[in-house]
Design a protein around this ligand. Structure first.
Ligand code: FES
Ligand code: FES
Length: 203
Protein backbone atom coordinates (compact mmCIF):
# COMPACT_ATOMS: atom_id res chain seq x y z
CA UNK A 1 0.00 0.00 0.00
CA UNK A 2 1.37 3.43 -0.90
CA UNK A 3 0.92 6.49 1.30
CA UNK A 4 0.61 9.97 -0.19
CA UNK A 5 3.74 11.66 1.16
CA UNK A 6 2.41 15.20 1.07
CA UNK A 7 -0.75 14.14 2.93
CA UNK A 8 1.30 12.31 5.53
CA UNK A 9 3.56 15.35 5.98
CA UNK A 10 0.53 17.61 6.32
CA UNK A 11 -0.99 15.36 8.97
CA UNK A 12 2.27 15.20 10.87
CA UNK A 13 2.74 18.97 10.72
CA UNK A 14 -0.75 19.44 12.14
CA UNK A 15 0.01 16.90 14.85
CA UNK A 16 3.10 18.79 15.94
CA UNK A 17 1.41 22.17 15.78
CA UNK A 18 -1.64 20.96 17.70
CA UNK A 19 0.21 21.07 20.94
CA UNK A 20 1.27 24.64 20.27
CA UNK A 21 -2.37 25.66 20.02
CA UNK A 22 -2.93 24.37 23.54
CA UNK A 23 -0.04 26.55 24.69
CA UNK A 24 -1.87 29.76 23.79
CA UNK A 25 -5.23 28.60 25.06
CA UNK A 26 -6.52 30.33 28.17
CA UNK A 27 -6.09 28.76 31.57
CA UNK A 28 -9.76 27.80 31.65
CA UNK A 29 -8.99 24.31 30.37
CA UNK A 30 -7.20 23.44 33.61
CA UNK A 31 -9.13 21.16 35.96
CA UNK A 32 -10.24 22.46 39.33
CA UNK A 33 -7.76 21.85 42.11
CA UNK A 34 -8.77 19.34 44.72
CA UNK A 35 -9.30 21.25 47.92
CA UNK A 36 -7.45 20.02 51.01
CA UNK A 37 -9.26 19.69 54.34
CA UNK A 38 -10.04 23.01 56.03
CA UNK A 39 -7.36 22.68 58.70
CA UNK A 40 -4.07 20.91 58.20
CA UNK A 41 -1.17 20.53 60.62
CA UNK A 42 1.94 22.61 59.93
CA UNK A 43 4.05 21.05 57.18
CA UNK A 44 1.25 18.88 55.81
CA UNK A 45 2.16 18.28 52.14
CA UNK A 46 -1.49 18.62 51.12
CA UNK A 47 -1.42 22.31 51.91
CA UNK A 48 -1.47 24.24 48.64
CA UNK A 49 1.62 26.27 47.82
CA UNK A 50 2.09 29.01 45.28
CA UNK A 51 4.61 28.07 42.61
CA UNK A 52 5.72 30.54 39.96
CA UNK A 53 7.34 29.42 36.75
CA UNK A 54 7.99 30.91 33.35
CA UNK A 55 6.52 28.35 30.98
CA UNK A 56 7.31 28.84 27.32
CA UNK A 57 7.99 32.50 27.98
CA UNK A 58 4.81 33.15 29.97
CA UNK A 59 4.85 33.78 33.69
CA UNK A 60 2.49 31.34 35.41
CA UNK A 61 1.45 31.16 39.03
CA UNK A 62 0.06 27.79 40.11
CA UNK A 63 -1.38 26.66 43.41
CA UNK A 64 -0.14 23.14 44.01
CA UNK A 65 0.00 20.32 46.50
CA UNK A 66 3.69 20.04 47.42
CA UNK A 67 3.71 16.44 46.18
CA UNK A 68 2.74 17.41 42.63
CA UNK A 69 5.29 16.44 40.01
CA UNK A 70 6.36 18.98 37.41
CA UNK A 71 4.76 16.69 34.82
CA UNK A 72 1.37 16.78 36.53
CA UNK A 73 1.68 20.52 37.10
CA UNK A 74 2.23 21.08 33.39
CA UNK A 75 -0.46 18.69 32.20
CA UNK A 76 -3.17 19.02 34.84
CA UNK A 77 -2.69 22.54 36.13
CA UNK A 78 -1.11 24.53 33.29
CA UNK A 79 -3.16 22.76 30.61
CA UNK A 80 -0.08 21.80 28.56
CA UNK A 81 -0.73 18.19 27.61
CA UNK A 82 1.93 18.00 24.89
CA UNK A 83 4.32 16.58 27.48
CA UNK A 84 3.42 12.91 27.81
CA UNK A 85 3.18 10.61 30.79
CA UNK A 86 4.51 7.19 29.86
CA UNK A 87 5.89 5.32 32.87
CA UNK A 88 5.70 8.11 35.49
CA UNK A 89 8.82 6.64 37.09
CA UNK A 90 11.79 7.91 35.11
CA UNK A 91 12.21 5.07 32.67
CA UNK A 92 10.83 6.15 29.29
CA UNK A 93 11.72 9.81 28.63
CA UNK A 94 8.25 10.71 27.33
CA UNK A 95 7.98 13.50 29.92
CA UNK A 96 11.22 15.28 28.98
CA UNK A 97 11.12 19.08 29.21
CA UNK A 98 13.79 21.75 29.57
CA UNK A 99 14.24 23.39 32.96
CA UNK A 100 16.54 26.42 32.79
CA UNK A 101 17.88 25.01 29.54
CA UNK A 102 18.63 21.50 30.79
CA UNK A 103 16.62 18.42 29.88
CA UNK A 104 14.75 16.99 32.82
CA UNK A 105 12.40 14.06 33.36
CA UNK A 106 9.45 16.03 34.61
CA UNK A 107 7.83 12.99 36.25
CA UNK A 108 10.77 12.83 38.65
CA UNK A 109 10.87 16.51 39.59
CA UNK A 110 8.56 18.08 42.12
CA UNK A 111 6.92 21.20 40.79
CA UNK A 112 7.89 23.13 43.94
CA UNK A 113 11.53 22.44 43.05
CA UNK A 114 10.97 24.29 39.78
CA UNK A 115 9.72 27.42 41.56
CA UNK A 116 11.23 30.40 39.74
CA UNK A 117 12.54 28.30 36.85
CA UNK A 118 12.10 28.72 33.11
CA UNK A 119 10.38 25.70 31.56
CA UNK A 120 10.23 24.83 27.88
CA UNK A 121 7.78 22.23 26.62
CA UNK A 122 6.94 21.00 23.13
CA UNK A 123 4.29 23.73 22.92
CA UNK A 124 6.98 26.38 23.23
CA UNK A 125 9.24 25.36 20.35
CA UNK A 126 7.47 26.75 17.29
CA UNK A 127 7.77 30.47 16.57
CA UNK A 128 4.83 32.81 17.12
CA UNK A 129 4.19 32.70 13.39
CA UNK A 130 3.92 28.92 13.48
CA UNK A 131 7.31 28.09 12.02
CA UNK A 132 8.45 24.80 13.46
CA UNK A 133 11.73 24.42 15.32
CA UNK A 134 14.34 22.76 13.06
CA UNK A 135 14.13 19.64 15.23
CA UNK A 136 10.34 19.44 14.81
CA UNK A 137 10.68 19.89 11.05
CA UNK A 138 13.40 17.26 10.90
CA UNK A 139 11.19 14.72 12.68
CA UNK A 140 8.59 15.28 9.96
CA UNK A 141 11.09 15.16 7.11
CA UNK A 142 12.72 11.98 8.39
CA UNK A 143 9.49 10.13 9.34
CA UNK A 144 10.85 9.96 12.87
CA UNK A 145 7.60 9.01 14.57
CA UNK A 146 4.68 6.67 14.10
CA UNK A 147 2.17 6.83 16.97
CA UNK A 148 3.87 10.02 18.20
CA UNK A 149 3.51 9.36 21.91
CA UNK A 150 7.23 9.51 22.60
CA UNK A 151 7.82 12.35 20.13
CA UNK A 152 7.58 15.46 22.36
CA UNK A 153 10.14 13.94 24.71
CA UNK A 154 12.33 12.80 21.82
CA UNK A 155 12.33 16.29 20.31
CA UNK A 156 13.14 18.04 23.60
CA UNK A 157 15.88 15.50 24.26
CA UNK A 158 17.19 15.80 20.71
CA UNK A 159 17.52 19.57 21.03
CA UNK A 160 19.37 19.15 24.32
CA UNK A 161 21.57 16.48 22.78
CA UNK A 162 22.73 18.93 20.10
CA UNK A 163 23.24 21.79 22.57
CA UNK A 164 25.24 19.53 24.89
CA UNK A 165 27.60 18.62 22.04
CA UNK A 166 26.48 15.03 22.13
CA UNK A 167 25.35 14.76 18.52
CA UNK A 168 28.71 14.58 16.75
CA UNK A 169 28.38 10.93 15.73
CA UNK A 170 25.57 8.43 15.29
CA UNK A 171 27.00 6.48 18.21
CA UNK A 172 26.89 9.56 20.44
CA UNK A 173 23.32 10.35 19.43
CA UNK A 174 22.20 6.82 20.20
CA UNK A 175 24.03 6.88 23.53
CA UNK A 176 22.74 10.26 24.67
CA UNK A 177 19.21 9.58 23.42
CA UNK A 178 19.09 6.19 25.11
CA UNK A 179 16.86 7.51 27.90
CA UNK A 180 14.06 8.12 25.41
CA UNK A 181 12.21 4.93 24.55
CA UNK A 182 10.23 4.57 21.34
CA UNK A 183 7.86 1.64 21.37
CA UNK A 184 7.38 2.05 17.60
CA UNK A 185 11.15 1.59 17.16
CA UNK A 186 11.65 4.68 15.02
CA UNK A 187 15.24 4.92 16.24
CA UNK A 188 17.07 5.08 12.87
CA UNK A 189 14.76 7.89 11.75
CA UNK A 190 15.17 9.74 15.06
CA UNK A 191 18.95 9.64 14.63
CA UNK A 192 18.54 10.94 11.06
CA UNK A 193 16.29 13.75 12.29
CA UNK A 194 18.83 14.89 14.86
CA UNK A 195 21.56 14.79 12.23
CA UNK A 196 19.38 16.92 9.94
CA UNK A 197 18.54 19.49 12.62
CA UNK A 198 22.04 19.80 14.11
CA UNK A 199 23.63 22.08 11.45
CA UNK A 200 20.47 24.19 11.29
CA UNK A 201 20.53 24.71 15.05
CA UNK A 202 24.22 25.57 15.02
CA UNK A 203 24.08 27.74 11.90
S1 FES B 1 6.93 9.46 32.18
FE1 FES B 1 8.76 10.34 32.95
S2 FES B 1 10.33 8.97 32.31
FE2 FES B 1 8.47 7.98 31.70
S1 FES C 1 6.55 6.95 17.72
FE1 FES C 1 5.33 5.53 18.88
S2 FES C 1 6.41 5.32 20.74
FE2 FES C 1 7.76 6.49 19.49
Amino acid sequence: MTVDRSLADSQRRNFLKGSAIAAISPFAASPALAQPPASLPDGDPRALRAVEMTINGQRRRLSLDARTSLLDALRDHAGLTGTKKGCDQGQCGACTVHVDGRRILSCLMLAVAADGAAITTIEGLASETGELHPMQQAFIDQDAFQCGFCTPGQILSGIACVREGHAETEHDIREYMSGNICRCAAYPNIVAAIQQAKPLMEG
